[in-house]
Ligand binder design. Structure first.
Ligand code: GRG
Length: 295
C-alpha cells in the first residue's frame, strides 16, 4: 500500500473514531454495562473499511469527509452490531473478533444481544442527524440504512446463510448470500457517502455499481483469507469455513477461480469508479488495496 493511502486510511479512521466517540453515550452513562459493551466492540480495532469507503465516495462526488461522518459512523454501528450478533452461540458461535474476546465472552450473552440491539438502533439516530442536501432529506439517509440492514439485505443474507448450513449450495446461492450479507452494507456505506455529498443521479448510480462489485470482491477475498491465514493474522478465528463445511468461493470454485472472480469484480468496480472522474482516485486506490489485503 502506498504511504499516502496508508496516511489517508489512518487519518480517516481517527476521524471516524472521534465521531463515534461523540455520538455514543459515555461508558459511565447508566446503565454502564450496556454502554461499556457497545464501546468495547465498536472500539475493538475494526478496519473501519465501510466508513472510509463512505468518505471516499463522498469525495468522489465532490463532497467533504466532514459531511460524511454521521452516515459513515451510522454504518459502522450497524456493521458492529451484526458482528456481535453473528458471534453469538446461537449463530456462528465465535470467541474471537477484532483481535479480542467476543462481546458475549466478556459481558455475557444477554448483554451482548443488547449491545447489538443498541448499536443497531443508535445507527438510525446518528443517520437522522446527518445534514440534508438539496437532493436528499434526512429520511432518505434513514431509509437507505434501514433497507440495507433489514430482511431484504443484511438479515436476508444471514438468514439464507443459516438455512444453508450443512447443505450443499450452488454458486448462485452463495452469490445470493454474499450480495446481501456483505455487499449490501458496503454499497449502502458508499451510497450514503455520495448522498451526503449531494450526488447527482448518474454519480449515485456509478457509486452503487462500484459498491456492489467491491463488496463482492471483498467477500471473495475474505473467503480466501479465511482458508489461508492464521487467527493471529486475521484477528478473528481462521479456518472456520472449512472446519464447519461452509460453502465459500474457494470451496465451490477452487482457489484459482476464486481469485479470478475477485479480479473480475474489482475490474467491474474500476469501470464504475472511472466514470466518476479524477475526484475518485482514493476510491480507485482503496479498491486496489481490497484485492491485495492480507487481513
Ligand atoms: C447478525 C443480522 C446479522 C448479520 C451478520 C456480518 C455478518 C452478518 C456476519 C459475519 C461473518 C461474515 C463472513 C460477514 C461477511 C462480512 C464480513 C467479511 C465482515 C467482516 O468485515 P471486516 O473484515 O471486519 O471489515 P472489521 O472487524 O475489520 O470491521
Amino acid at each position: 500500500m502506498s504511504s499516502s493511502l496508508k496516511e489517508y486510511i489512518k487519518r480517516n479512521s481517527e476521524r471516524v473514531d472521534r465521531a463515534l466517540d461523540r455520538f455514543l453515550p459515555s461508558a459511565s452513562t447508566k446503565p454502564s454495562a450496556i454502554h461499556r459493551a457497545m464501546r468495547y466492540s465498536l472500539f475493538a480495532g475494526g478496519k473501519r473499511l465501510r466508513p472510509i469507503l463512505a468518505i471516499a465516495a463522498a469525495e468522489a462526488c465532490g463532497g467533504r469527509a466532514s459531511r460524511a461522518l454521521a452516515v459513515a459512523s451510522a454504518v459502522e454501528c450497524i456493521h458492529t452490531y451484526s458482528l456481535i450478533h453473528d458471534d453469538l452461540p446461537c449463530m456462528d458461535d465465535d470467541d474471537f473478533r477484532r483481535g479480542k474476546p467476543t462481546s458475549h465472552k466478556v459481558f455475557g450473552e444477554g448483554m451482548a444481544v443488547l449491545a447489538g440491539d443498541a448499536l443497531l438502533t443508535i445507527a438510525f439516530e446518528i443517520a437522522a442527524a446527518s445534514r440534508p442536501t438539496s437532493r436528499y432529506a434526512q429520511a432518505d439517509f434513514v431509509r437507505e440504512l434501514a433497507r440495507a440492514s433489514g430482511s431484504l439485505f443484511l438479515v436476508a443474507g444471514q438468514a439464507a446463510d443459516l438455512e444453508g448450513e450443512g447443505k450443499k449450495i450452488s454458486h448462485a446461492q452463495l452469490r445470493f448470500i454474499h450480495e446481501r450479507k456483505t455487499s449490501a452494507l458496503l454499497t449502502c456505506a458508499m451510497r450514503l457517502g455520495a448522498m451526503s455529498a449531494n450526488a447527482a443521479p448518474a454519480q449515485l448510480h456509478a457509486v452503487t455499481q462500484a459498491g456492489h462489485n467491491l463488496g463482492m470482491a471483498f467477500q471473495v477475498i475474505d473467503d480466501i483469507l479465511d482458508a489461508t491465514k492464521t487467527t493471529e493474522e486475521l484477528g478473528k478465528t481462521a479456518g472456520k469455513d472449512e472446519k464447519f463445511h461452509k460453502a465459500t468461493y474457494p470451496s465451490i470454485l477452487g482457489m484459482k477461480r476464486a481469485r479470478e472472480e475477485a479480479n473480475r469484480f474489482t475490474l467491474a468496480a474500476h469501470r464504475a469508479i472511472r466514470s466518476l472522474g479524477a475526484c475518485a482516485f482514493r476510491l480507485k486506490q482503496l479498491s486496489d488495496y481490497l484485492l491485495i489485503r492480507q487481513c
